[in-house]
Design a protein around this ligand. Structure first.
Ligand code: NAI
Length: 328
């Protein structure tokens, strides 16, 4: 058994935090050989609730849980962090303008990026879940000049998993048979869930589906608007599925993608596929040796081009708004 890995989780007392922490402590994030020390970050008024969750974590007697610290100070919470899950964010309140939302989140993710820069472990890997996730990850990276930018990622794995589930249900196939689904762009309603490279049992998925209108008018909007549909049905936003996707994202980052398949993640663009360099955008990615790689040289048809460009344009707008607000 190795040394404990420090896993910092922000927004620990929130609903995703509650679905996430027990799975991390049970070994599902990093594997059954890796003990973890949890570092929870919350706002002062939620520290007591985080303490309650920590009591329950104790009561699970997880063999891999080496300790829990609770903080309301980012510098302390990220000190020595090997994995940082940035879940806590400012939600969009009714009537809130995008500028206000970006400002409020810039005020969270800028200082957290600086705290990561100041004290995180040299191997730190950061996943931003809190929305607007791509732009929050970009803001954090801008405040962490000493951390390689590719350590900052944003979560689109939930969108990816939603796409897998919709495709399996439509085609009556098992999830193991589906490969090479991709999510491009922003984790927002403009995202592009792409089946043009997907296969089902090694046949092109589009050939198995054989219904262009379903892909365009049902599949894409169902995946892109699934978050709103969950709120409508559950009266609260996705939490367990979001926590599950965060576990998947980090597990894949650390342990790699299977041969012949890929996944989706918001990573810093290297300029591939016409996505401006430096933006945190979702791409089809593989992972090996603890590093993401954007899948190279895919053909992008006209419809895909249009959809990718539209979502990337939204990311560019968010970045420009953050710059004009003086948040970076
Ligand atoms: P929640 O409101 O239940 O919990 C958020 C927690 O963050 C609260 O306990 C709050 O006190 C805490 N928090 C706020 N500011 C903080 C700060 N500066 N430092 C530390 N903690 C802070 O929200 P929930 O449902 O857990 O969702 C969290 C975020 O995840 C939201 O922004 C949500 O939109 C996003 N989300 C992203 C998804 C994705 O696919 N990328 C999917 C689902 C949710």
């Amino acid at each position: 058994v190795s040394q404990p890995v420090n896993v910092t989780v922000t927004g620990a007392a929130g609903q995703i935090g509650y679905a996430l922490l027990f799975r991390i402590a049970s070994g599902q994030l990093l594997g059954a050989d890796t003990p973890v020390r949890l570092r929870l970050l919350e706002v002062p008024q939620a520290v007591k609730a985080a303490e309650g969750t920590a009591m329950e974590l104790d009561d699970c007697a997880f063999p891999l849980l080496a300790g829990i610290d609770i903080h309301d100070d980012a510098t302390a919470a990220f000190d020595g962090a090997n994995v940082a899950l940035l879940v806590g964010a400012r939600p969009r309140a009714a009537g809130m303008e995008r500028g206000d939302l970006l400002s409020a989140n810039g005020g969270i993710f800028g200082p957290q990026g600086a705290a990561i820069n100041a004290g995180a472990a040299s191997d730190v890997r950061v996943l931003v879940v809190g929305n607007p996730a791509n732009t929050n990850a970009w803001i954090a990276a801008q405040h962490a000049p000493d951390v390689p930018a590719d350590r900052f990622t944003a979560m689109t794995r939930l969108d990816h998993n939603r796409a897998l589930a919709q495709l399996a249900a439509r085609t009556g196939s098992t999830l193991e048979d589906i490969r090479r689904v991709a999510i491009w762009g922003n984790h927002s309603a403009t995202q592009y869930p792409d089946l043009t490279h997907a296969t089902i049992g090694f046949r092109p998925a589009l050939e198995v589906v054989d219904d262009e209108a379903w892909v365009r008018d049902t599949f894409i909007p169902t995946v892109a608007k699934r978050g709103a549909a969950i709120i409508e049905a559950r009266g609260a936003s996705s939490a367990a599925s979001a926590a599950n996707a965060a576990i998947d994202h980090v597990h894949t980052w650390v342990h790699g993608t299977p041969e012949g398949d890929w996944t989706s993640a918001g990573v810093v663009s290297d300029g591939s596929y016409g996505v401006p360099e430096g933006l945190v955008s979702s791409f089809p990615v593989t992972s090996s040796g603890g590093e993401w790689r954007i899948v190279p040289d895919l053909d992008v048809d006209d419809f895909s081009r249009e959809r990718i460009d539209a979502s990337v344009a939204e990311l560019v707008e968010e970045r420009e708004a953050v710059r004009s607000l003086g948040l970076v």
